[in-house]
Design a protein around this ligand. Sequence first.
Ligand code: SF4
Length: 183
Amino acid sequence: MADQQFRPRCRTAGVDMFPDHDDPDGIAEAQAVCEFCPIRQACADGALARREAFGVWGGLTEADRRAIYNQAPPSTTTRSARVAQRRRDVDALVAQGLGNKAIAARLGVPVDLVQKARRASGSTKRPSTRAVRTAERDVRIDAMLDAGVSVKQIRLQLHVGYKAVQRRCDLRSTTNTVEEVAA
Ligand code: SF4
């Protein structure tokens, strides 16, 4: 049930989610797929956390992500003001369900500073659901399977178990079979 509810739209849209950076039509088409995807936010956060270099993820293009990474930290404020601001920023992102790595990528700071800010404000518990995290992981596995990456490499790069990858392989082969029969 959760799998249906959080099914990534790009899996069935038949659209290239890795358009060339100089192909505005392809980029717009990919973004349109993301627009109503049920896991859009988690997908975008995950791509930022992993510093994905290529493709449209959660509606964010390669250029969008680069702009976020390159956001300059405030330089004219005092240290205590910056710490207070960072704590507020971290709290806001925690409330959105982001994990430490995603928050660090979003704010352009090291993970240990995020952990420190969370300890200081007492917001150490991540409120996002397991289903969202699982769906986000499955999107990554599917994208890597689509790109022809081996199971072993997927496990190494995503730090996931054999069963998680195998389940996606099984599901995809079942889906393909059903689609072939229907066609
Ligand atoms: S790239 Fe992410 S947000 Fe876009 S359709 Fe796929 S899973 Fe959904």
